[in-house]
Design a protein around this ligand. Structure first.
Ligand code: PMP
Ligand code: GLU
Length: 396
């Protein structure tokens, strides 16, 4: 019989983070009193001056095709940003604008992966990484990391996973879903191994600006010129500028990689929306104060949650240093019956918590860690307080 759907796609799961976030929004719109810790997006609106730049782009008629790799002033603004914030010198032809960082990563993987080539992904991972590798016909190599190392990839773990077929490793710092941040020393270890074995480092830096406790974000490419040669730097405007729906991300890498990505993009997308690109330009050129205000607010919520979670003996968690997530260990609850339902997995926990207490969380299984759930604090302190009350009550 004829196959109606590609084998490549058959074993791809839909994004659980997007599905749960959408489900919580839908329940809320039906008038159900749902508290959502699911959100992987800022709860702030896009700053007004960025919104206006989008409207202005329409009014000025910037509504036609743009160059495939993005409008020149935007690529220049990205180059300026990388120099100023990250100490990285990239030329315009080493930068491509994509439709969101998710699209940057998937385009990069399409551009570099030959069938069966391996991409090392530390577990827990952001939900889309393994699926994007599979779609690019690569082979995701999931490498377990340890809670005692804050789930950061160690030298031994990395070395053990490398084979002659290894093409790339994905590093995400600050990390989703864990919230941890790699130090310069830790990145140095990874960079050295990568260049020794000629492995691309796909460095997902989307949460760069969401970082607390005076921690510093280091871009691995900035540590050594050789690291830079092998780094495919991914970033975007979704989180920093509360622009998730606009879809704007970018990639910086050597010319060969960017050129290959441009060829993929030219046939798959053409280019990100012209209107979005002009709004993005205003974001990068505009005042940074708004982002700083958001960070102060995230930090307040983070500290509140950390304090509350410390008081819940049955829950453990990894102390978050960045992004807007807390990764909570629920293993102590396993085997327990809650209102007659035995909890044995993160899905059981998430389903029953939603069913019984109307609280949405992302089950850790989405990130390859079934003993955990992810709580997002991209929601108001008031909601967080009520949600944590419900969770506390649920596990009692
Ligand atoms: N990387 C990570 C780790 C993320 O959490 C997200 C969140 N959506 C993305 C990339 C992609 O973001 P976007 O496509 O909205 O730029
Ligand atoms: N990155 C966010 C999350 O992890 C948004 C949802 C998504 O793109 O998967 O929840």
């Amino acid at each position: 019989m004829k196959k109606l759907i590609a084998d490549r796609v058959k074993n791809i799961s839909p994004s659980m983070t997007l599905a749960i976030t959408a489900k919580a929004k839908e329940l809320k719109s039906q008038g159900i009193d749902v508290i959502s810790f699911g959100a992987g997006e800022p709860d702030f609106d896009t700053p007004i001056h960025i919104q206006q730049a989008g409207i202005e782009a329409i009014n000025k008629g910037f509504t036609r095709y743009t160059p495939v790799n993005g409008i020149l002033p935007l690529r220049e603004a990205v180059a300026k940003k990388l120099l100023k914030d990250n100490g990285l010198n990239y030329s315009i032809d080493e930068i491509i604008i994509n439709s969101g960082a998710k699209h940057s990563i998937s385009t990069a993987l399409q551009a570099i992966c030959n069938p069966g080539e391996e991409v090392i992904i530390p577990v827990p991972y952001w939900v889309s990484y393994p699926e994007m590798v599979k779609l690019a016909e690569g082979k995701p190599i999931l490498v377990d990391t340890k809670a005692e190392n804050n789930f950061k990839l160690t030298k031994e773990e990395f070395l053990q996973a490398i084979t002659p077929n290894t093409k790339a490793v994905i590093i995400n710092s600050p990390a989703n879903p864990i919230g941890t941040v790699y130090s310069k020393e830790e990145l140095e270890v990874i960079g050295k191994i990568a260049i020794d074995h000629q492995i691309y480092i796909i460095s997902d830096e989307i949460y760069e600006k969401l970082i607390y406790d005076n921690k510093k974000h280091i871009s691995i490419a900035s540590i050594d010129e050789k690291f830079k040669e092998w780094t495919i730097l991914i970033n975007g405007l979704s989180k920093t500028y509360a622009m998730t729906g606009w879809r704007l991300g970018y990639t910086a890498a050597n010319k060969e990689v960017i050129n290959a990505m441009g060829r993929v993009q030219s046939h798959a997308l053409s280019h990100p929306s012209s209107i979005t690109q002009y709004a993005g330009l205003a974001a990068l050129e505009g005042e940074k104060d708004l982002t700083n205000k958001m960070i102060v607010e995230y930090d307040r919520r983070r500290l509140y949650m950390v304090n509350r979670l410390r008081g819940m003996r049955d829950l453990g968690f990894i102390y978050p240093e960045g992004a807007f997530y807390i990764f909570v260990d629920i293993s102590k609850v396993f085997g327990r019956k809650i209102n007659g339902v035995e909890i044995n997995s993160s899905l059981d926990f998430a389903n029953e918590l939603l069913e019984q207490r109307k609280v949405a969380v992302i089950p850790g299984v989405a990130f390859g860690a079934d003993h955990y759930i992810r709580l997002s604090y991209a929601t108001s302190l008031e909601i967080i307080e009520e949600g944590l009350n419900r969770i506390e009550d649920f596990i009692k």
